[in-house]
Design a protein around this ligand. Structure first.
Ligand code: SF4
Length: 232
């Protein structure tokens, strides 16, 4: 049975609140419960596997944070429930959407979300869900790939190339993705980030073009947990 067919068969199941989400707040545990694998071993060769990895990573990292999952992911509860039912049906009874709907969105989040929605390159719900999720995670403070729970910047680049190609193709100079979104908003919607018209004259250059390396949040939590002997 295809993933879509599975979703159609389970979309209308009620979401039973369970206490297990809190018990699964460790990101690696959430990821494993969703996919059956450790995030470090995720196969991402096929587009379906890659999408499953991306969605599980976002859910996993969001579940490590305070607040309802819907608010941390930027998806309203019914949409989050549909996503989980479609992609992770085996986890449906264990990782419920939980909590109230999203809080009112700030202007910045809405502008990034609209930018992504307008530049989708895939049909179906996934691109729309990811536009909401990426925009919501972009207001977190770290590199965007980290706050999406991904393993590196290359995975974020692939996500954007796949689902938001008309936008991604415009990042010809390899800007940091979050800054690139704002640069596009500067050009298209009058959002004010740039203090100079030319990047090479700008004192903010390193923030826009610096390396986006580091250790993934899930890997870091796993390492910290291992160091303190807390099971994950
Ligand atoms: S380096 Fe300066 S001018 Fe260029 S995108 Fe960044 S903030 Fe804008």
């Amino acid at each position: 049975m295809t993933i879509a067919a599975q979703a159609d068969s389970v979309d209308r199941r009620p979401l039973a609140p369970t206490p297990s989400l809190r018990a699964l707040r460790d990101g690696c545990s959430v990821y494993r419960r969703l996919t059956g694998r450790d995030p470090g071993n995720a196969p991402i060769e096929s587009e379906d596997d890659f999408d499953a990895h991306v969605l599980a990573s976002i859910l996993a990292v969001a579940a490590t944070e305070d607040g309802p999952l819907c608010q941390r992911t930027g998806l309203a509860s019914p949409e989050l429930a549909r996503l989980i039912a479609r992609w992770f049906p085996c986890a449906l009874m264990e990782v419920h959407a939980g909590g109230q709907d999203t809080m009112p969105d700030g202007d910045e989040l809405v502008m990034v979300r609209d930018l992504l929605l307008a530049n989708r390159s895939t049909d179906g719900d996934e691109g729309r869900w990811l536009a909401h999720m990426v925009a919501r995670r972009a207001i977190e403070p770290s590199h965007l790939w980290e706050d999406l729970g991904l393993r590196n910047r290359a995975e974020l680049s692939r996500l954007l190339d796949r689902h938001f190609a008309p936008l991604a193709v415009r990042n010809t100079r390899g800007m940091r993705w979050k800054r690139f979104f704002y640069r596009m908003l500067c050009e298209d919607d009058g959002f004010v980030m740039c203090t100079t018209p030319v990047c090479t004259d700008c004192c903010d250059f390193e923030n826009c073009f610096g390396e986006e390396d580091g250790e993934s949040r899930l890997a870091r939590r796993r390492r910290d947990a291992a160091a303190s002997s807390v099971p994950v």
